[in-house]
Design a protein around this ligand. Structure first.
Ligand code: ADP
Length: 539
């Protein structure tokens, strides 16, 4: 017997059409480089995205051709998210925080044909334009200044469209976007998303026990649109018809808090370091802002429990998510189930500080050091391996290797070490390369740094493994004190003593003004290890 169901493709074209027809009056707001607010509607977005698609086809774009973006989060970037795939092209978001040489390498590796670039980012483009071979450069003319010779205005480009665009036929498995990993080890690697994977990921991300998105929401992604598609938020928000609010280049605490307040944002997303800054701004001036009840998806790195508790004081609910560029990225979300919340407030917080429960359609397993599956007992550790419809099965133009993909059934090896408990909640212990091996025992840098960040005098903390003559490696803690506070090593180790065995405590603390961050805003342990490579242990 065969099913009687239709086999219509899952494509972004459908989401764009529906958004234009159903949510035409819903607003999309952008905080512009000059700090004014640009407002338009899904109706305008729909018409302009289709105009972009039509102009790209007229410019000779062929199915699967790459169109790169070098842009902040704003409405034109959203048009690129939908307009490029609508034309059959592949949106390739470039990370503007990378070194120009690395951006050039990525553009060349991806064979990008066209580029859309913010005029405020032209100085960055100029640093690598000589190294790349872009056929057309479309400049988003936010400043109103004439665009440089050899490039053209994005506005003029889309104005050439007649308006009777027809979607080229496509398969749901056609590529629609690509993103390079940040390449903390070796060269960055390209992940290519399909229409199908992007649509399914958007559905999964919007589920009530995930980020719970709906048309009731006002959504503001702080996570850059070049960082794993802003975690899929622009696609999910457009799918449900939520109001969208983009911060443009203004990512400081005060600018964000003002937007949250004036634009009635109900859902936001970003890495923990962003929220640590915002929490400090709120604590310093608790009466200043009248914030709406807001949910925040926080992920990309482990979320300290103290951050979750701190935000709750202001009615801001942290929802932890776990994933990576290779997993589209959302693959797990942590919302405590009723039986866990019933155990009391502390249990609920402990669960919200975990990475969460694996998404529907994504398979997960833990593989221990002996290559065996570790049990889900909350204690046994193993590497997380996943597979599913929005998990990458290879990298663009790189041979499939067994250190990235397990040969049996093509599981993605995430490089994250974790435990899973009887309820299915994942707790990330570390990245394989960040675990601290002390005298043959493992210490979790994530557990230590999150506990240290629970101390009231600490603004930020990160723990790294440093070579040690006797123990192989020992934990070194790098701490940024809160303004006007002076925590010391003895106080912090006493604070940690009831949660960790004595041998797990950091041997030394370094107090500093700033912890180096990666291009996606996470603590850069690679840079920290380099900075402290000559550290001499005090005992
Ligand atoms: P990169 O950090 O290499 O730029 P990604 O942004 O794709 O690349 O980051 C993916 C990694 O971030 C994961 O493999 C994991 O180590 C870390 N990560 C993401 N979410 C969490 C989380 N909730 N808890 C702990 N680690 C996380």
């Amino acid at each position: 017997m065969q099913s009687t169901m239709m086999d219509t493709p899952l494509t972004l074209d459908h989401l764009l059409e529906r958004a234009g027809k159903v949510f035409g009056n819903v607003e999309i707001v952008t905080h512009m480089p000059d700090k004014s607010l640009h407002r338009y509607t899904y109706g305008d977005f729909y018409q302009r995205s289709r105009a972009l698609a039509e102009a790209l086809l007229a410019a000779g774009l062929k199915r699967g051709d790459r169109v790169a973006t070098l842009c902040w989060n704003h409405y034109v970037h959203l048009e690129a998210y939908f307009g490029i795939p609508a034309a059959g092209g592949v949106l390739h978001t470039l990370n503007l925080r990378l070194h120009p040489d690395d951006i050039a390498w990525i553009v060349n590796h991806a064979k990008d044909r066209f580029l859309i670039v913010d005029d405020v980012l032209l100085p960055l483009l100029q640093k690598f334009q000589g190294e790349v071979d872009l056929e057309r450069v479309l400049v988003v003319p936010f400043s109103g200044k004439p665009v440089p010779e050899g490039s053209e205005s994005y506005e003029d480009f889309i104005a050439t469209a007649s308006g009777d665009f027809e979607y080229p036929e496509k398969d749901e498995n056609d590529p629609c976007g690509m993103c390079y990993t940040s390449g903390t080890t070796g060269r960055p690697k390209g992940v290519v998303y399909s229409h199908r994977s992007t649509c399914l990921h958007a559905l999964g991300a919007a589920l009530p026990d995930s980020t719970g998105l709906s048309f009731q929401d006002g959504v503001l992604p702080v996570v850059p649109m070049f960082h794993a598609n802003a975690w899929g938020m622009p696609y999910a928000a457009t799918m449900v018809g939520a109001r969208q609010i983009f911060p443009g280049p203004h990512l400081d605490g005060d600018s964000l808090l003002k937007l949250y307040e004036t634009e009635q944002v109900t859902m936001s997303a970003g890495v923990p370091t962003i929220w640590l800054g915002i929490l400090q701004a709120l604590d310093a001036n608790p009466e200043k802002w009248k914030l709406p009840a807001m949910r925040m998806t926080v992920g990309g790195a482990a979320v300290p429990e103290s951050l979750i508790r701190g935000m709750d004081k202001y009615g801001l609910r942290v929802i932890q998510g776990w994933g990576m560029t290779e997993t589209s990225p959302l693959a797990a979300v942590s919302i405590p189930r009723p039986e866990i919340s019933a155990k009391g407030e502390d249990a609920a917080y402990a669960y919200r500080a975990k990475a969460g429960v694996i998404s529907p359609f994504v398979d997960i397993r833990l593989i221990d050091d002996d290559g065996k599956e570790a049990p889900w007992d909350g204690e046994s550790m193993g590497e997380i391996q996943v597979r599913g419809p929005w998990i990458t099965g290879k990298y663009h133009d790189v041979p499939v290797s067994e250190d990235k993909f397990a040969p049996d059934g093509g599981w993605l090896r995430t490089g994250d070490v974790a435990t899973i408990d009887e309820y299915g909640y994942i707790k990330i212990t570390d990245r394989t390369k960040d675990l601290i091996k002390s005298g043959g025992e493992w210490i979790s840098s994530v557990d230590l740094e999150n506990a240290i960040m629970g101390h009231p005098d600490v603004a930020e903390a990160a723990v790294i493994a440093m070579p040690h003559p006797k123990w192989d490696e020992r934990p070194l803690a790098v701490v940024v004190p809160r303004a006007g506070k002076k925590p010391d090593a003895a106080t912090l180790n006493t604070f940690l003593a009831d949660r960790f065995a004595k041998w797990m405590l950091p041997d030394d603390y370094v107090f500093t003004d700033e912890i180096p961050k990666t291009s996606t805003g996470k603590f850069s342990k690679l840079t920290m290890r380099e900075q402290h490579k000559d550290h001499e242990w005090s005992a």
